[in-house]
Design a binder for this molecule. Structure first.
Ligand code: 5GP
Ligand code: SF4
Ligand code: MG
Length: 455
């Protein structure tokens, strides 16, 4: 999912809309905005892509309000109903509450059962409804105390934007798994999941939030605080590998540069002779360029992407997914015919994409097809907010690299090693990365031990 928030700007809802548009790759199943006039909160939300989810009239109706948060949602098929679309808006005499969240609690079921046994009832299957109950039940006297006490009961990965009528609070879990960035526009503070949102609205990117950090923004200014004094930095490796947009920055380094470095690192481990290197558009083009630079093998656009096909990865059903990949990617025959080719992709999950690519390149006349993957073999499910239900089908959880090579029909298959991957992240100032989907070492306790429904 993707979140955005801005405080005290005369164009708050318009800026939020534009920012959400640039975060669309983080969630395509629903979107919403909640805005505050300093007294009450008002909201609009809908299903689908941003332009389907929110009408111009709805965004216009929020125009007079200078404070806003927004959300784009990534859901699996089963839980994509409107009730789960964020931000959530709770009305109460003790003050309205708007909530937007990216991540996944690993003790949501546990907490929910405890709350239900004390009389709470729920309308949705969303983690944030649990958070709202914890917050409103807290005995702390002020808003910040209530937020802190609610956050302390949650386990898992989260980046939160919490809107009260008089303040915007943002918080990151003490492992800092999901990204959250602080920015400034026309003298007003704003926050976003990725810095591409700042570029889209013309805001300045100030810095990344730290694990365990809690920031409150109000008419009085900005207040830096912590909700946890433990810090175990475990930023999600997949954000760098494919999830974030290439122009988004982490600690002031673009994902493009990080991906390029992953490609360079792969070339040191792969050692295959070939005529050309090609990347799978779009997310693997940076890694392919890095591979080509380091190996001295020319980089060519050997695969073309039809930009009018949506995300193939979340298409339900294997047959439909295969058709979608076929419609999305085509080899450039003139470039690949008669060549020994290295194809770089950022990851193999089910193997649908690589299997099709190898076949299509051979059909277009490629002499040899060697597959290079700029991440380690993906073997374990993610409990922290990345594409979940589908991981039941992950190919490397059951097969060896040689068996996968055989299944996708490539001449060779090389993955980046876990060690090299960390070396690259370290060189870009990372203080620690989650690699659980590669290694099975989960940095945060998974209390519920149930795969989450929501990404
Ligand atoms: P596969 O086809 O092997 O199932 O998935 C690998 C391809 O899907 C790669 O091209 C990669 O860029 C993309 N991919 C990997 N993980 C995800 C994910 O969680 N969501 C989406 N939308 N794409 C993914
Ligand atoms: Fe990211 Fe993988 Fe960790 Fe999930 S398990 S947070 S996808 S690195
Ligand atoms: Mg891809």
């Amino acid at each position: 999912c993707g979140i955005f928030g801005v405080w005290g700007h005369e164009k708050a809802s318009e800026l939020t809309y534009i920012a959400l548009h640039s975060l669309q790759h983080r969630g395509q199943n629903g979107a919403g905005i909640v805005a505050s006039n300093g007294e009450f909160l008002f909201g609009a939300r809908g299903l689908g892509l941003l332009n389907e989810a929110l009408s111009t009239e709805q965004v216009k109706s929020l125009k007079p309000f200078p404070n806003a948060i927004g959300h784009v949602r990534y859901a699996t098929k089963t839980s994509s109903e409107l009730a789960n679309v964020q931000p959530f808006l709770f009305k109460s005499y003790s003050g309205d509450l708007g909530l937007a969240h990216n991540g996944n609690f690993t003790n949501a079921i546990h907490l929910r059962k405890a709350l239900e046994s004390e009389g709470s009832i729920f309308q949705t299957s969303s983690d944030i409804e649990v958070f709202a109950h914890l917050l409103k039940r807290s005995k702390s006297r002020n808003k910040k105390g209530k937020i802190k006490s609610a956050l302390r009961q949650i386990k898992g990965a989260y980046a939160f934007a919490i809107l009260h009528e008089d303040s915007l609070t943002v918080a990151l879990d003490d492992h800092g798994v999901r990204p959250l960035m602080l920015g400034k526009i026309d003298g007003c503070w704003c926050v976003a999941s990725e810095t591409c949102a700042f570029s889209a609205i013309g805001a300045e990117y100030i810095r990344d939030l730290e694990p365990g950090e809690l920031i409150t923004i109000s008419d009085e200014g900005i207040e830096y605080d912590r909700h946890s004094f433990v810090e175990n930095p475990s930023m999600c490796s997949m954000e760098y590998i494919y999830f974030a947009r290439a122009d988004s920055e982490f600690r002031h380094h673009s994902t493009y540069r990080i991906r390029k470095a992953l490609g360079e690192a792969l070339s040191e481990e792969m050692n295959v002779d070939a005529d050309i290197v090609i990347g799978v558009p779009d997310s693997s083009l940076a890694a392919a360029r890095g591979y080509a630079n380091k190996s001295g093998i020319p980089h060519e656009a050997g695969l073309l992407k039809n930009r009018y096909v949506g995300r193939t990865f979340i298409t339900p059903g294997q047959e439909a997914r295969e058709r979608a990949v076929r419609m999305k990617l085509s080899p450039v025959r003139d470039i690949v015919e008669g060549k020994k080719i290295i194809v770089i992709d950022d990851s193999i999950v089910r193997g649908t994409t690589s299997k099709y690519i190898v076949k299509a390149l051979r059909k277009a006349g490629a002499k040899e097809v060697h597959m290079g993957v700029s991440s380690p073999p993906l073997k374990h499910p993610c409990f922290y907010g990345i594409d979940v239900s589908t991981h039941a089908e992950i190919i490397a959880s059951k097969k060896t690299t040689e068996e996968i090579r055989d299944e996708i029909g490539a001449d060779s298959l090389t993955y980046l090693s876990v060690g090299k991957m960390h070396e690259v992240y370290h060189s870009f100032g990372s203080r620690g990365q989650c690699d659980a989907c590669f290694t099975g070492n989960y940095p945060i306790e998974v209390v519920d031990n149930v795969l989450p429904q929501v990404k």
